[in-house]
Design a binder for this molecule. Structure first.
Ligand SMILES: [Zn+2]
Length: 325
């Protein structure tokens, strides 16, 4: 006879997909049930899709057998205020001022905690992953854009409104390329997958990096970040050179963060972390040359994330269970 117990669900709402999972309360790295759907366009459709994911998790046989959902955490890509309202989401076209928390809580009849997606991933790495036991740490996720979460003195740093931790939109070049946030030269234009793709296309246009161009189907204009990463993982010298150039931009933002926050560890996640040491090693070298007073402060390790693409959903559930259950 199974003992019924309160379960907590976590959802990670991304630009392209929504991942939902129910954590095993005895081993939060393990999953009781998992659901994935594509992210639809438009605010109402996104709320419907989130509610559908929760309904499917509630209906999953393993969940019904174990107990029932007592709370849900949701990670959203953008600025989320302390009432759970998604105020600004540059990568969800047409979505702003969306009352995700209040609307879902009423619709589902469940307590709902909403936070920024990278804050959720940072909390997951802090509780279960690469930052366990570290009190001052920043997680940056390098994907299509840059997400970040700041743990300061063992707590998630939210800021006055809940908007803290958006270093991807710190301007590092006021005359740089335009950003979906409406400004120019944000760090994520240089240090995300789109930044790596741009460096790759620049190299291709200059007649360099034939192996990268081949992976892009022979079209220099078609080069994207993942083509550079893939060629670098295969040992291509040109691709490794592009990755080193890219690493300088990553390190520039990380050095600024450490100058500001004095963290003791940096965790790098997101799709680009798949490049592993090919990326992290040149990032460490450049970071040492860029951070303030590097010879007079303890070294700041830069390590890869431990939990992978599920970290956001797991972290959302952990935040919900710690705040509510
Ligand atoms: Zn921006």
């Amino acid at each position: 006879v199974s003992v019924r117990e309160p379960l907590v669900g976590g959802l990670d709402v991304g630009g392209t997909k929504i991942l939902g999972r129910v954590l095993d309360p005895h081993d939060p790295r393990a999953t009781v049930a998992e659901v994935r759907v594509g992210t639809p366009r438009g605010a109402a459709a996104i709320l419907d899709a989130i509610a559908e994911v929760v309904a499917r998790l509630q209906a999953a046989p393993a969940v019904r057998e174990r107990g029932e959902l007592a709370a849900v955490g949701v990670g959203m890509p953008g600025l989320v205020d302390r009432r759970g309202v998604l105020r600004f989401a540059p990568n969800l076209p047409g979505v702003a001022e969306l009352a995700v928390g209040p609307a879902l809580s009423e619709r589902l009849g469940l307590p709902v905690v909403v936070d920024n997606d990278a804050n959720c991933a940072a909390w997951c790495e802090f509780r279960l992953g690469a930052a366990v036991g570290v009190r001052d740490v920043v997680l940056v996720t390098l994907g299509t854009g840059i997400g970040a979460g700041i743990i300061a003195d063992g707590r998630l740093y939210e800021g006055a409104n809940g908007f803290a931790g958006e270093p991807g939109h710190m301007v590092v070049d006021p005359s740089g390329p335009p950003c979906p946030c409406g400004r120019r030269g944000c760090w994520e234009r240089f240090a995300s997958g789109s930044g790596l793709g741009r460096l790759g296309r620049d190299a291709a246009a200059a007649g360099r990096a034939p192996a990268v161009v081949a992976l892009a189907g022979g079209d220099p204009e078609g080069v994207r970040g993942e083509h550079v990463t893939e060629a670098a993982l295969g040992g291509d010298a040109d691709a490794l050179g592009i990755l080193r150039e890219f690493a300088w931009w990553v390190a520039l933002g990380l050095a600024n963060l450490v100058d500001l926050l004095d963290c003791e560890l940096i965790v790098v996640g997101g799709g680009l972390a798949d490049a592993g040491e090919h990326l992290l090693e040149p990032v460490r070298t450049a970071f040492h040359s860029l951070v303030l007073a590097s010879d007079h402060r303890p070294p700041v390790p830069v390590v890869g994330a431990a939990l992978g693409p599920e970290a956001g959903a797991i972290g959302a559930a952990l935040l919900a269970s710690e705040r509510l259950v």
